[in-house]
Design a protein around this ligand. Structure first.
Ligand code: SF4
Length: 324
């Protein structure tokens, strides 16, 4: 399904450590390896605080990992500085959870959308009105809305403006950080439909961070499951309902609400709290909460192994394709 010639961006051995009180070290990301392909969506899912936003910040060069590389078309973007970094920012744009917080409330929508184009001298001030109209229509909003301010718009409309701004520079990739989490379910659906339509039209790569595995599986081509800073499973989105193997992925799936679910059955939840990243277990990060934990799990961290094409799992219950 995923062709290496379509590889746009690759994270290799990305680790992020933060110094903490009493000489401790917080490991927010632990040896992350992920690949993003042209025109495809990779959904990164996990509980709040698992390190997924920390990771996505590296992709848009808002932070640097302590170790590892982020290769964009083969070039390590963690090494870029100054004007080279500024020019590179046109390739990967970001959509945040709350546009009302991420843009200047005193700017009109026209100025919010056109700001990146003016910064890179891709349009002149005289072209703002025409450009804003086109970009608003692209996200299915009327061009006249460009005279409004963010606070005069609904949550869904604001997120459409944020998408228009992110796509204004015609990037190869956009990163969406919980971009639909604050919206009503019906609005969430229309935003997902919009981004999948724009992705088909423009062949954009999307990195989508979300804590809702039910939402992610509905449209992501690949899903990566993160737990306590570790990737524990990567598999095609369409296979997640039937092929998920890791006990944590299965626990997330078991807790998804569905209108067709049998409400007479017990709703599964994961026992106990997620451990602090300051006190992560030495072996499998999930061993304190896993009902299949074995002796080896407490001592040895399972590595991500390919168990089927495009399907990797980090769990001692599963051996790789070669039987290792
Ligand atoms: S490695 Fe062991 S503790 Fe970790 S998920 Fe697999 S079975 Fe559970």
């Amino acid at each position: 399904m995923f062709d290496e010639k379509d590889l746009i961006l690759e994270a290799k051995h990305v680790t992020r450590r933060f110094p903490a009180a009493k000489g401790k070290v917080l490991v927010a990301n632990n040896d992350i390896n992920l690949k993003f392909y042209k025109g495809k969506t990779l959904g990164l899912v996990g509980e709040s605080g698992c390190g997924k936003s920390t990771f996505m910040r590296f992709l848009v060069s808002l932070d640097k990992p302590s170790e590892g590389e982020i290769l964009y078309k083969g070039q390590d973007i963690t090494k870029l500085k100054g004007e080279k970094l500024r020019q590179h920012r046109q390739n990967i744009q970001m959509v945040f959870q709350d546009p009302a917080q991420s843009f200047n409330p005193k700017m009109k929508i026209r100025d919010v959308i056109c700001e990146p184009l003016l910064n890179f001298k891709r349009i002149t001030p005289a072209q703002k009105k025409e450009t804003a109209t086109k970009l608003l229509e692209m996200v299915e909003l009327p061009g006249e809305m460009q005279d409004r301010f963010m606070h005069n718009m609904s949550g869904g409309q604001r997120q459409r403006v944020a998408i228009a701004r992110a796509l204004a520079l015609e990037p190869e990739m956009i990163v969406m950080d919980e971009a639909t989490s604050a919206l009503d379910v019906s609005v969430q659906k229309t935003i997902i439909e919009l981004i999948t339509k724009l992705q088909r039209e423009k062949n954009i790569t999307i990195g989508f961070i979300c804590h809702d595995i039910g939402l992610i599986q509905s449209f992501a081509h690949q899903v990566a499951v993160m737990y306590l800073g570790n990737i524990v499973e990567v598999l095609p989105g369409e296979a997640i309902g039937t092929e998920a193997k890791h006990p944590y992925t299965k626990a997330l799936l078991a807790s998804v609400f569905d209108i067709k679910m049998d409400f007479t059955k017990k709703i599964e939840s994961i026992e106990s709290e997620i451990p602090s990243p300051l006190d992560a277990p030495p072996g499998c990060p999930f061993c304190d909460r896993c009902d299949q934990c074995m002796e080896i799990c407490k001592k040895e961290r399972p590595l991500l192994k390919e168990i089927a094409p495009d399907h990797e799992v980090a769990c001692h219950l599963f051996s790789g394709k070669d039987g290792e």
